[in-house]
Write a protein that binds this ligand. Structure first.
Ligand SMILES: [Zn+2]
Length: 289
């Protein structure tokens, strides 16, 4: 009921009432199925922001298909859409037919009703590890087909689904100057560290992280013109391979749990983001036609 009231406020294009700014922001952002009619700009940070004037990635191109269309998360900054198209052409040159594209952002970005904490400013893209060979999938197939995991049981290593093409596509993505970092499970990073015989500088942007064995997550830098967009600090210098190897070693041989400091405050559950937590410009994005 409350949700319907909030949607009605949006449908009327009314400025957000003050009390509505205390409602979870995901309800407002989840209620929009079109981008705002504004110049393209990312506001805020990857996990606390929104995007004005997003562009929708076409559901199907010659070298890509957007997956899970029912989620309506194939929106992003126009430069992100350009990047996806560019990388998918490289994927074809490398030996796949293209890329299956998972979640990008909601039409106006912001927090989502389910899933991700980031993906809020139109600069994050999940790309399936499943090689995109058939680019004639129906809408229904794109709901039902799943990606495939690259991780061997136990969690430390890649499995037999990992190929030199995965290495080459991640290298192409990391070598793109627009890319700030790429998240992938630690076993894949170690594999790439061991297999790379040429230039290693691109490995700097490959960041080991939890999950990310069904897809890899590409994060672009803030784009020119987005003055309120907050970049992350760049990854530490170097190829990061020793760090990834340490992570893998900890999976194989977990360190004993650290005893909790009895004087430390108890960890707080993460609070839902409210509209008032986001940059002020995000209210304009919500209110724009
Ligand atoms: Zn992601």
């Amino acid at each position: 009921m409350k949700y319907l009231f909030l949607s009605a406020c949006l449908a009327l294009g009314a400025a957000l009432p003050i009390h509505a700014q205390d409602a979870p922001a995901k309800q407002f952002f989840g209620a929009h199925d079109e981008a705002s009619n504004q110049r393209a700009r990312s506001h805020g940070s990857y996990a606390k922001g929104c995007i004005a004037g997003a562009e929708q990635l076409a559901e199907t191109g010659r070298t890509w298909q957007a997956m899970r269309l029912s989620r309506n998360r194939n929106w992003a900054h126009p430069r992100t859409v350009d990047f996806v198209q560019r990388l998918s052409r490289e994927a074809r040159d490398i030996g796949w037919n293209g890329l299956y594209i998972g979640d990008m952002s909601q039409p106006r970005g912001g927090p989502m009703l389910s899933g991700h904490r980031s993906h809020q400013i139109g600069l994050d893209i999940d790309i399936w590890m499943r090689p995109a060979m058939d680019l004639n999938l129906s809408r229904r197939q794109r709901e039902n087909l799943s990606s495939i995991s690259m991780r061997r049981a136990g969690g430390a290593f890649v499995n037999n689904n990992w190929t030199p093409e995965h290495h080459a596509i991640l290298r192409a993505a990391a070598s793109d100057p627009e890319v700030a970092r790429i998240f992938v499970f630690p076993g894949a990073k170690v594999q790439m560290c061991n297999d790379e015989t040429g230039d290693r500088s691109w490995l700097n942007k490959i960041r080991p992280w939890y999950g990310h064995h069904y897809h890899f997550h590409v994060r672009l830098r803030c784009q020119r013109g987005s003055r309120n967009c907050e970049n992350q600090a760049p990854p530490p210098a170097g190829d990061g391979c020793a760090d990834a190897q340490r992570w893998v070693n900890d999976i194989l041989d977990p360190p004993p749990p650290q005893p909790r400091d009895p004087n430390a405050p108890a960890p707080q559950p993460r609070r839902e983001l409210r509209v008032s937590d986001l940059p002020q410009k995000c209210v304009d994005v919500l209110n724009s036609r």
